[in-house]
Design a protein around this ligand. Structure first.
Ligand code: ADP
Length: 589
C-alpha cells in the first residue's frame, strides 16, 4: 500500500500544480485528499477561505468515476462550475434554472464520462430521473458541501439534506463520501457523521482561531451606533471595511450617512436588483467604494483579502454567523479589526426575528419547535459572547470545540439547560419599558449606587481582543438577583418584567396600587437601585436560565430550570462593567 500511497500523493500534487497552479497543499488539505483517494470517508471542518473545495476537486480529477457535489446554493454552483471549466476541469450542474432538455443533455454528458464533477442541489436527489441516473453511472465520490445543513442544531438546517443518506444507501455500489463544513460545533459534527452515515470517517478540523483579527465588543445605545461607525470609517479612510446591519433599511440609511460624511460607501442587500448588487460588489472589490454596508446577503463568494475591518451594527443570530461574517476581515493575514456593537434591544430584535423565522410552513409543529429551540441556544451563545469577560479568541475557539462549554456562569453564559428554556425575556422589555432603556442601561454601568465595591479582574490572555486589553470590574449583584427571584415568587409568576421592576423599586403607579401589589413582601426592596441595573440583572438571569419568559402578547416571567440555585446559601451572581483603556478605542462621546 505504501508505494501506491506515495504515488497517489504525487499525483495529487501534480494535479494541484497543473490545474490550480499552486505548489503545496495548505494545512489539512493533503490529508483529506489522501484519505479520499484511498477510498475513506472524510469530514473536513475548515473555516471559510481555508480551501475546502480543492480537497474534493483534486480527487475528482483523479478518480475513475463521477463525483457528485451536493451544494445548497444555485448561485454558488454556477460560479464553481464556471471556475472549474476555466481551469480545464470538466464540470456541470443540474438545477431548476434549466429545462428538462438541458438537464437531459448534462446527464447524458456525465453518463459518457465527459463530466468529472456534477453539482446538484439536495432536492434534486429525490427525483426519479436523478435516481435512475445514479443507478446507471459509476460514481466514485459524493461530496456534501455545507454539510452542517443536515443538522437541526446548526444555523441553516435544510430538511432536504436528510435525504442524502438514503440516496447514497440506494446506490448499487457505495462511493466514498466526503462532507465539508465551515461551521461545525461538536454537536453538529456528530449529526453529520450519523445522518450522512459516514463510515469510519477521517475527521479533520483545521484552526478556527484567526490570530490576526482583533475582536472588540462595544455595548452602546442604538442611536449612537451610526455616529460611532461613521467616525470609525472617517478615521480609517484608507482602509476597506464591511459593516453588517440587520435590516435593508439600516444598510441604506447608514450608507447614505457615510456618503454624506465623505466616505465612499455602498449599500448591499437582497432587496436590490441583481445588477445593483453586482455594481456594489464590484465597487467594493475594486476599491472604488471603501465601505460596503450590507445585510448578511453579502459575503458568500466574495474574495477580497485586504478587508481591514468588519463592524457589526447589531448582534448576529449566532456565533457561527458572526465568525463567518467577521472572518471576512484580514484574509491576507494582516492585522484587522472586528467590532461588534450591541445593546439589549438587539436581543429583542433577534428573538423576534428568530420566532418569525421558525414559522416555516413546510415543517411540522415539532420540527419547528426543535429548530426554534436550537436557534435560541445559538443566540444565547452569541449573547454570552457579548457579555463575557473572558478572552474573545478563547471563547470562540472553545465554542467551536464544544458549544455547551459556553462562558462562565454569571456573565450571561450560554448554558445548555438555560438555552433550551430561556424565552423572550426581551419581548417583555419591548412591551413594557420606556423607550430610552438603552441610555439608562449604559449610564447605570458607570455609577453604582448599591455601594458595592467593584473588584477589578486582572487582564488576561491573548492581547488581541478587547477583553484582554480591558479591565473589568465585576459587580456583585447577588442581592439584586435574590430580590428579583423573591419578587417573581411574590407575584405568583404571573407578571411581566415591567411590573417586577416597578414592584421592586416601590413604584406608586395607580395600576400597581389598584392591584395591591404594594403589599408584596418584596415591594420597594430595591428602591435604591436604578431601574436600568435591575433590568440588566433581570435580563441576564433569563439568559442564564434562572428565569424564563413565556411567549405571547403579554409575556410573563417564570422561574427557569436553575431558579432553585438563587435560594441556596452559596449563590453568588455578578455582572461586568468594562473599564476600557482609552487606547483600545471605541469610547463613546
Ligand atoms: P472554502 O471553500 O474553504 O471557503 P475555497 O475552496 O473557496 O475555500 O478556497 C479559498 C481560496 O483559497 C481560493 O481562492 C483557493 O483557490 C485558494 N486555495 C485553496 N487551496 C490552496 C492552496 N493549497 N494554495 C494556495 N491557494 C489555495
Amino acid at each position: 500500500a505504501e508505494p501506491y500511497r506515495a504515488q497517489s500523493q504525487q499525483a495529487a500534487l501534480d494535479a494541484l500544480h497543473r490545474y490550480f497552479g499552486y505548489d503545496s497543499f495548505r494545512t489539512g488539505q493533503a490529508g483529506l485528499v489522501d484519505a479520499i483517494l484511498a477510498g475513506r470517508d472524510v469530514l473536513g471542518v475548515m473555516p471559510t477561505g481555508a480551501g475546502k473545495s480543492i480537497c474534493y476537486q483534486i480527487p475528482a480529477t483523479l478518480l475513475p468515476g463521477l463525483t457528485i457535489v451536493i451544494s445548497p446554493l444555485i448561485s454558488l454552483m454556477r460560479d464553481q462550475v464556471d471556475a472549474l471549466n476555466d481551469l480545464g476541469i470538466p464540470a456541470a450542474y443540474i438545477n431548476t434554472t434549466q429545462d428538462m432538455d438541458e438537464q437531459g443533455m448534462v446527464l447524458a454528458q456525465a453518463a459518457r464520462g465527459d463530466v468529472k464533477l456534477l453539482y446538484v442541489a439536495p432536492e434534486r436527489l429525490e427525483t426519479e430521473r436523478m435516481r435512475s441516473f445514479a443507478a446507471r453511472v459509476p460514481i466514485s465520490l459524493i461530496t456534501v458541501d455545507e454539510a452542517h445543513c443536515v443538522s437541526q442544531w446548526g444555523q441553516d438546517f435544510r430538511s432536504s439534506y436528510l435525504g442524502i443518506g438514503e440516496f447514497i444507501a440506494a446506490l448499487p455500489s457505495r462511493p466514498t463520501v466526503a462532507a465539508f463544513t465551515a461551521t461545525a460545533t461538536q454537536h453538529v459534527r456528530r449529526d453529520i457523521v450519523a445522518l450522512l452515515n459516514l463510515q469510519h470517517p477521517q475527521v479533520t478540523v483545521t484552526g478556527f482561531d484567526r490570530p490576526n483579527l482583533f475582536f472588540d465588543i462595544l455595548r452602546m445605545p442604538t442611536n449612537a451606533k451610526n455616529v460611532w461607525i461613521a467616525n470609525y470609517a472617517i478615521d480609517h479612510a484608507d482602509e476597506s471595511g464591511i459593516v453588517y446591519c440587520a435590516t435593508r433599511k439600516e444598510t441604506e440609511a447608514l450608507a447614505g450617512l457615510l456618503a454624506e460624511r465623505g466616505v465612499p460607501a455602498v449599500a448591499y442587500h437582497g432587496g436590490m436588483s441583481a445588477q445593483n448588487r453586482n455594481d456594489a460588489q464590484r465597487a467594493f472589490v475594486t476599491d472604488a467604494a471603501s465601505v460596503v454596508v450590507a445585510t448578511n446577503a453579502f459575503g458568500m463568494g466574495i474574495d477580497k483579502s485586504n478587508v481591514r475591518y468588519v463592524i457589526h451594527h447589531n448582534m448576529p443570530e449566532s456565533i457561527e454567523a458572526y465568525y463567518q461574517e467577521a472572518g471576512r476581515a484580514g484574509r491576507d493575514g494582516e492585522p484587522s479589526r472586528c467590532t461588534l456593537l450591541w445593546n439589549d434591544s438587539d436581543i429583542v430584535t433577534r428573538r423576534r426575528l428568530l420566532d418569525m423565522d421558525s414559522q416555516n410552513d413546510r415543517m411540522s409543529e415539532d420540527e419547528r419547535e426543535v429548530v426554534r429551540l436550537s436557534k435560541r441556544r445559538l443566540l444565547d451563545a452569541m449573547i454570552g459572547y457579548c457579555r463575557t469577560t473572558e478572552c474573545l479568541h478563547a471563547y470562540m475557539t472553545r465554542y467551536f470545540a464544544d458549544p455547551t462549554a459556553g462562558a462562565p456562569a454569571g456573565t450571561g453564559a450560554a448554558h445548555a439547560e438555560a438555552a433550551e428554556t430561556a424565552q423572550s425575556a426581551a419581548n417583555a422589555n419591548a412591551a413594557q419599558s420606556a423607550p430610552s432603556q438603552d441610555e439608562s442601561a449604559h449610564a447605570a454601568s458607570d455609577d453604582d449606587p448599591t455601594g458595592n465595591d467593584p473588584t477589578p479582574a486582572k487582564p488576561n490572555g491573548c492581547g488581541n481582543c478587547a477583553n484582554c486589553l480591558s479591565t473589568f470590574a465585576t459587580i456583585d449583584v447577588t442581592d439584586i438577583a435574590r430580590s428579583i427571584s423573591r419578587c417573581v415568587h411574590d407575584l405568583n409568576q404571573s407578571f411581566g418584567m415591567g411590573k417586577i421592576v416597578a414592584v421592586l423599586r416601590g413604584s406608586k403607579t395607580q395600576d400597581l396600587l389598584a392591584r395591591h401589589l404594594d403589599s408584596c413582601p418584596s415591594y420597594g426592596v430595591l428602591e435604591q437601585v436604578p431601574q436600568a441595573r435591575v433590568r440588566d440583572v433581570l435580563n441576564q438571569m433569563t439568559t442564564d436560565g434562572f428565569l424564563t419568559v413565556s411567549e405571547g402578547r403579554l409575556p410573563v416571567v417564570h422561574f427557569g430550570p436553575r431558579a432553585a440555585v438563587t435560594a441556596s446559601g452559596d449563590f453568588h451572581y455578578e455582572i461586568k462593567r468594562v473599564e476600557r483603556p482609552a487606547a483600545v478605542g471605541g469610547r463613546i462621546g
